[in-house]
Design a protein around this ligand. Structure first.
Ligand SMILES: Nc1ncnc2c1ncn2[C@@H]1O[C@H](COP(=O)(O)OP(=O)(O)OP(=O)(O)O)[C@@H](O)[C@H]1O
Length: 296
């Protein structure tokens, strides 16, 4: 592949599955060669191949699962730091795209073409890359399930309330967390390690280039107490009882009574112990006009 080339990896069945023809046309019109995935693992293999061929611009069309496969493929080719990545949201939740201000397929195609490029941190959980978050405990599903309208009105609270409903049947995580400077041990309701998202204060997009994860541990306590605490503070504030907030570039999580299941940008993986580490400003990512490099 010639240097300077553009490629698009497109999942034709993600989301409502009616975008393939339209996006293929938009991308070809902007000089991207388009490859369609045919099943699980294809996006990873195509990204790896594109990385090994030295592609300089790669667009991903699909949902968060497709994007995560592409990240893994580029990392396997040792090409994450040498590509400009863009996302064309055609999944169900499109968390990464929304987080970086990319909404709507046509707008996304323009951003893939000429949008602003931000240099962002990549999170690693063991050997697996992620951009948004790596979370364990009750909200792993709730974060995806909570409607965006609800999230917009109530921020983290909506996310918490949805989770608290599910928490009644959730046993909690017996966990130990170690960073360079702090250790936390105990029964947690959930553990949230954000790169592109933060979970305390107003929540929302985090600074993706600060070299730090935003870690929040919510202690296990009765769902009623947790909800009333959250209501009192409206969101999970720094000083909310039962919530520990840590910023760190590296955190090791160990399950004290067995392995812990994480959702890494929506991909599920289970670990007895896992070290999450930031690779500072490793990836060039095209972002939408609403993206703020250093949100308040
Ligand atoms: N041609 C194909 N046919 C069937 N499945 C495919 C094909 N290409 C990819 N897949 C699978 O589609 C699945 C869904 O991808 P993805 O997570 O991107 O979309 P989504 O679940 O609709 O969106 P989101 O993750 O944003 O909620 C992946 O598990 C992938 O393995």
């Amino acid at each position: 592949m010639q240097v300077g080339s553009r490629r698009c990896i497109l999942n034709p069945v993600s989301g409502t599955g009616d975008h393939a023809e339209y996006v293929t046309r938009l991308c070809r019109g902007r000089g991207f060669a388009v490859d369609h995935t045919e099943g699980e693992g294809d996006a990873l293999a195509l990204a790896r191949e594109a990385g090994e061929a030295g592609v300089s611009e790669l667009a991903v069309c699909g949902g968060d699962g497709t994007i995560n496969e592409v990240l893994r493929g580029l990392d396997a080719a040792d090409h994450l730091a040498d590509v400009t990545l863009s996302v064309i949201p055609a999944g169900t939740a499109n968390i990464l795209a929304r987080t970086v201000g990319v909404e709507g397929i046509e707008e996304a195609a323009d951003i893939a073409d000429t949008g602003e490029v931000a240099t962002v941190d990549v999170g690693m959980a063991g050997d697996e890359p992620f951009l948004v978050s790596c979370i364990a405990g009750f909200p792993a599903e709730a974060s995806v399930a909570t409607s965006s309208e609800l999230k917009e009105r109530f921020g983290t609270l909506a996310f918490l309330l949805t989770g608290a409903q599910q928490a009644r049947s959730f046993d909690g995580l017996d966990v130990r967390l170690d960073t360079e400077t702090e250790t936390w041990e105990g029964e947690a309701l959930c553990l949230l390690v954000g790169n592109a998202r933060r979970f305390v204060e107003e929540g929302g997009q985090a600074d993706m280039a600060d070299g730090l994860f935003d870690v929040a541990v919510v202690e296990r306590m009765p769902a009623g107490d947790l909800v009333s605490e959250a209501v009192r503070h409206r969101v999970l504030g720094q000083d909310t009882e039962g919530v520990t907030h840590i910023q760190a570039g590296r955190v090791t999580v160990t399950g004290r009574d067995g392995p812990i299941t994480f959702s890494r940008d929506g991909e599920v993986s289970t670990h007895e112990t896992v070290t999450m580490a930031i690779r500072p400003r490793e990836l060039s990512l095209r972002v939408g006009p609403a993206y703020e490099p250093s949100p308040e």
